[in-house]
Ligand binder design. Structure first.
Ligand code: PHE
Length: 450
C-alpha cells in the first residue's frame, strides 16, 4: 500500500499550522510577552523565528520529504549508519513524552470549557473563588485524569482516520474556525474601556528591555511554538507532495503561527490592562487570571465559553501531531495497523499522563531534582531533548547530507536549474544551517542548564 499524502497544498499548510498553533500561542506566548516586556519581546521573537527557527524547520522538511518515512527511520534512510537509530528513537520518544503531559493540560481546558458553560466564571463568584478553582482542579485525583482521557480519546479518534481523512480534514475545519474566534476575542478585548494601555504595551517596543535573557526566552518559545526539534515536522513533511514548495510552506506555517500568537496576545493583554489585573502572572495567566477578567466583563460568561473552546481546539490540532509520530513509527517499523497503533499510543499516553496529573496532588512528594513528575518531564523535554534533537538535525543537514541532495529537495527534484534568486537564498540557508543555527541552539541549551 502506498504511503498516504496530504491531498492539497492548503490542507498541508493548515495541518502544519495546526501542529504549530496550540497552547504555546494562547497560553505560553501571552504570559512570556507580559513577563518579558511586550513589544520588545514580539520584535525579538520575530527575529528569532526568521534567523533560527525557519532554517531548522526547513531542515526537518528536507529530511522528512526526502526520506518519505516516519521520524524514526528518516535520517537512517538518508545515511546508512546504524547509530542513527538512537536519534530515531529520540525523535519518537520526545513527542510521545510531550503528548503525555500536553493532554493533561488539554484535559484542564476541557474542564474549564465545561465550567464556563455552567456559568462558573460569572459575576456571582468572587475572584478568590475563581482563582482557587485551578489549584482545586489540578490536585484532584480523578477528575483531571478523566478529562485527560477524554482529550486523548478525541485525538486518537482523529488520528485513527489517517492523514487525509483525519488530520487534514479536521485541520481544514478547525483552523479557520479558530482564527475567526480568536480574531473576535481580540476585537472584544481591544475595544474594552481602558484597553489602550495594553495595546501600547503590545505594540510600542521598549528597546531597553531587549536583553540576552529575553533573546533566549524568545528562541526557546519559537522552538516550542513551531513544534521543531521533535520529529513532528519530519513526519508531517513526509506526507507532503513532491510538488509542494518547501520554502513557501515553511513560510506560511511560520506566518500563521506568529499571527495566532499576536492575536492571542491582543485577546488577552488589553483585557488585563482594562481590568487592572497583574500582567506578570506566569503560567497561571490563562487558568487563574483570565477567568477573573471574564467574570467582570459584560457578557463575560459567554466570552469564557468561546475562549476555552478555542484553547481546546488549538490544543487538539497540536496533540494530533504529537500522537501521529509514535503512531507512524508503530505502523512502519512494527507493522501495526493504524487502529492498533492508535489504541496502544492512547493507552500508554494515558498511563503516563495519569502519573503527570497525580504529581500535582497525591504524588507531589515524588520529585526529581526538586521537581514534580509533570514539571520534570516538561523541563527535560523542553530544555534538553528538543534543543538536542534540533541540533542534531541541523548538523546533519548542514554538514553530513550532500549539499546536492539538499538543493535537489528544495528544488522539488526538478532537473531545471535553480533561478538566481533561489540559488542565493539556498546558499544563505546552507550558511545559516551550518553556523548560525547550531550556535543559537547551543546557546539555548547552555542557558537551560545553567
Ligand atoms: N507547537 C505547539 C503549541 O504551540 C506545542 C507543541 C510542541 C505541539 C511540540 C507539538 C509539538 O502549543
Amino acid at each position: 500500500m502506498g504511503r498516504e499524502k496530504f491531498n492539497s497544498k492548503l490542507g498541508s499548510v493548515l495541518a502544519l499550522a495546526g501542529s504549530a498553533v496550540g497552547l504555546g500561542n494562547i497560553w505560553r506566548f501571552p504570559y512570556m510577552l507580559s513577563e518579558y516586556g511586550g513589544g520588545a519581546f514580539i520584535l525579538t521573537y520575530i527575529l528569532c523565528i526568521i534567523i533560527v527557527s525557519l532554517p531548522i524547520m526547513l531542515c526537518e522538511f528536507v529530511v522528512g520529504r526526502r526520506s518519505r518515512s516516519s521520524a524514526y527511520c528518516a535520517v537512517k534512510r538518508l545515511d546508512d549508519k546504524s547509530y542513527w537509530k538512537y536519534f530515531g528513537s529520540l525523535v519518537v520518544f520526545i513527542p510521545f513524552a510531550t503528548l503525555c503531559y500536553y493532554c493533561v493540560i488539554g484535559g484542564w481546558t476541557l474542564e474549564y470549557l465545561f465550567q464556563s458553560c455552567i456559568g462558573e466564571f460569572s459575576s456571582g463568584n468572587t475572584p478568590e473563588t475563581i482563582e482557587s478553582e485551578f489549584a482545586n482542579l489540578v490536585t484532584m485525583p480523578v477528575k483531571p485524569i478523566v478529562m485527560d482521557a477524554v482529550f486523548l480519546l478525541a485525538t486518537a479518534i482523529i488520528i485513527r482516520f489517517g492523514v487525509r481523512k483525519g488530520i487534514e480534514k479536521c485541520s481544514k475545519v478547525m483552523m479557520p474556525l479558530l482564527f475567526v474566534i480568536m480574531a473576535l476575542l481580540a476585537v472584544r478585548a481591544m475595544t474594552l474601556p481602558g484597553a489602550e494601555e495594553g495595546i501600547i504595551f503590545l505594540f510600542r517596543p521598549d528597546f531597553s528591555k531587549i536583553t540576552p535573557q529575553v533573546c533566549l526566552a524568545a528562541m526557546g518559545q519559537s522552538f516550542y511554538s513551531l513544534s521543531i526539534g521533535m520529529g513532528i515536522m519530519i513526519t508531517y513533511a513526509s506526507y507532503l507532495s513532491r510538488r509542494t514548495n518547501l520554502g513557501t510552506t515553511a513560510g506560511y506555517t511560520i506566518i500563521s503561527d506568529l499571527l495566532f500568537a499576536i492575536i492571542a496576545g491582543c485577546a488577552i493583554i488589553p483585557a488585563l490592562f482594562a481590568y487592572d489585573m497583574p500582567t506578570g502572572q506566569g503560567t497561571g495567566l490563562v487558568f487563574k487570571t483570565l477567568p477573573v477578567v471574564f467574570s467582570q466583563m459584560p457578557f463575560g460568561s459567554v466570552i469564557a465559553v468561546v475562549f476555552f473552546f478555542a484553547v481546546a481546539l488549538a490544543a487538539l490540532t497540536s496533540s494530533m501531531s504529537l500522537f501521529e509520530v509514535p503512531v507512524s513509527w508503530l505502523i512502519e517499523e512494527k507493522q501495526f495497523s493504524r487502529r492498533k497503533a492508535c489504541f496502544w499510543v492512547f493507552v500508554s499516553a494515558l498511563v503516563v499522563g495519569a502519573f503527570c496529573s497525580l504529581s500535582f496532588g497525591v504524588l507531589s512528594d515524588w520529585t526529581f531534582g526538586g521537581k514534580i513528575f509533570f514539571d520534570a518531564l516538561d523541563y527535560t523535554v523542553g530544555n534538553y531533548l528538543m534543543p538536542f534533537a534540533g541540533l542534531i538535525i541541523v548538523l546533519f543537514v548542514g554538514w553530513r547530507m550532500p549539499i546536492r541532495d539538499v538543493l535537489d529537495e528544495m528544488n522539488n527534484r526538478e532537473e531545471r536549474p535553480l533561478s538566481k534568486w533561489k540559488r542565493r537564498s539556498v546558499q544563505l540557508f546552507i550558511f545559516v544551517v551550518r553556523f548560525v543555527s547550531p550556535a543559537a541552539i547551543l546557546a539555548i541549551f547552555i542557558s537551560g542548564i545553567v
